[in-house]
Design a protein around this ligand. Structure first.
Ligand SMILES: [Zn+2]
Length: 286
């Protein structure tokens, strides 16, 4: 509900005026309280969880599904969608593994990570489908193949380079990058290695914090364009045009839409996540 702030009295208006009686003030206060209690609560419907279908806009027809894909989403709405959906066939990660073997150093790494916007994610808990050299949740794998085919029909060659990554895989990646900096456990714990940690976390999530754990995130490559410049490629243009219309048509949304920051790593234009076409229309949280 919107709160209307009383306008400030202009300082120059100092003419004597009659004081409001306490009765008037009391009546106004009662009116405000009653108004608040009677105000319809329908505006708040922020639950995006997949397991509670009543909060998800039902799709009756293909036209309705298309309407949802067509709805314009702001960058922050994409971000809210990403962070708030609960993904089927995944389990929330509650106890990520130790990175350094030292509680103090691990604690400091996680503090820094969360300051940057990294969040504990969910890990795939069921069978995954092998597709194009990686593994994905089966819905995401099927959607990927459909999207790749549609892109090819438009003369765009999309290639899949990464899908599911386990917490153990991520631990190996993170440790090896951290070791390469030469930072000692003691320096990490005492806050003397923050630059090293941040340079690692520009590109790699701590174990438990990667979007790839779910099996729904994909990294793509556009042949002829180096990995880091995916955002400038024809592939990216095809995916992002018209509020990500082509990506959303197959249930994918960008992991790192423009104009959002504090999401963990530096923005990665090559990463998308499958949420399904129904969810692209769910009202994100304010
Ligand atoms: Zn990625």
């Amino acid at each position: 509900m919107r709160v209307i702030e009383p306008q400030k009295q202009a300082v120059t208006a100092v003419k004597p005026r009659r004081r409001l009686s306490y009765r008037v003030i009391a009546a106004v206060a009662v009116a405000i309280v009653v108004g608040f209690l009677l105000w319809p609560r329908t505006v708040a419907s922020p639950d995006l969880s997949v397991s509670e279908p009543e909060s998800v806009v039902p799709i009756a027809t293909e036209d309705a599904a298309q309407e949802q894909v067509d709805r314009i989403l702001s960058d922050s709405e994409f971000r809210q969608l990403y962070n708030n959906i609960r993904q089927p066939n995944t389990t929330p990660i509650e106890n990520p593994p130790s990175i350094t073997g030292s509680d103090a150093a691990d604690r400091h790494i996680i503090e820094l990570a969360e300051l940057r916007g990294y969040k504990l994610r969910s890990e795939a808990s069921g069978a995954l489908s092998p597709v194009d050299g990686v593994r994905l949740q089966s819905d995401a794998a099927a959607a990927w193949l459909d999207m790749k085919r549609a892109a090819a029909q438009d003369g765009i060659s999309l290639r899949l380079t990464s899908g599911f990554r386990s917490v153990a895989d991520q631990l190996t990646i993170f440790r090896s990058r951290l070791n390469a900096t030469g930072a000692t456990t003691q320096n990490i714990a005492e806050g003397y290695a923050d630059n090293d940690l941040n340079s690692v976390m520009d590109r790699a999530a701590p174990p438990g914090y990667s979007r790839h754990h779910s099996g729904y995130a994909i990294d793509m490559l556009c042949p002829g364009t180096v990995f880091e410049r995916f955002g400038e490629s024809r592939c990216s243009e095809w995916l992002t045009n018209d509020n990500y219309q082509n990506a959303r048509q197959y249930g994918f949304i960008p992991s790192y839409p423009d104009d959002t920051n504090n999401q963990g790593p530096l923005p990665e234009a090559w990463e998308y996540i499958w949420v399904g076409t129904e969810l692209t229309a769910v009202e994100p949280q304010p």
